[in-house]
Ligand binder design. Structure first.
Ligand SMILES: [Cu+2]
Length: 126
């Protein structure tokens, strides 16, 4: 009888630990990442002198789309490159540009940079 109680208590602890782990994983994503069916959307603002946020934590192993938003932006952040993927994009002065990404491996980091190499942002896939 006691053994049964102990094993029940133990399995409950294990379940709580697994649940906490899952919750942690959910919470680890940055606030600018949202789920749209089975694609995650990563929102980045391109201002004339920065990409915001500078660092994003996103989910690994699922396709993503980076949604780059600019507003009255006449700076060089409109010319974006992601060298590792051979991606080049020109954002409108005001509006949105989308860059689709295939699933990225856990632990990988994608760096994006303006055409002159001055401003950058990175996405870390966890
Ligand atoms: Cu630049």
């Amino acid at each position: 009888m006691n053994k049964k109680i102990i094993s029940t208590a133990l399995s409950m602890l294990v379940l709580i630990a697994i649940g906490a782990q899952l919750f942690k994983r959910e919470a680890a994503q940055s606030a600018n990442v949202s789920m749209n069916r089975d694609v995650q959307a990563i929102q980045i603002s391109a201002t004339p002198t920065a990409y915001e946020p500078n660092i994003t934590i996103a989910r690994a192993n699922m396709p993503s789309v980076i949604q780059l938003n600019s507003q009255n932006n006449y700076g060089c952040t409109r010319e974006l490159r992601i060298p590792a993927l051979n991606v080049q994009a020109t954002l409108p002065n005001t509006g949105q540009e989308q860059i689709k990404l295939s699933a990225q491996a856990k632990g990988s980091v994608l760096d994006a940079v303006c055409s002159m190499g001055m401003y950058r942002f990175s996405i870390r896939f966890e």
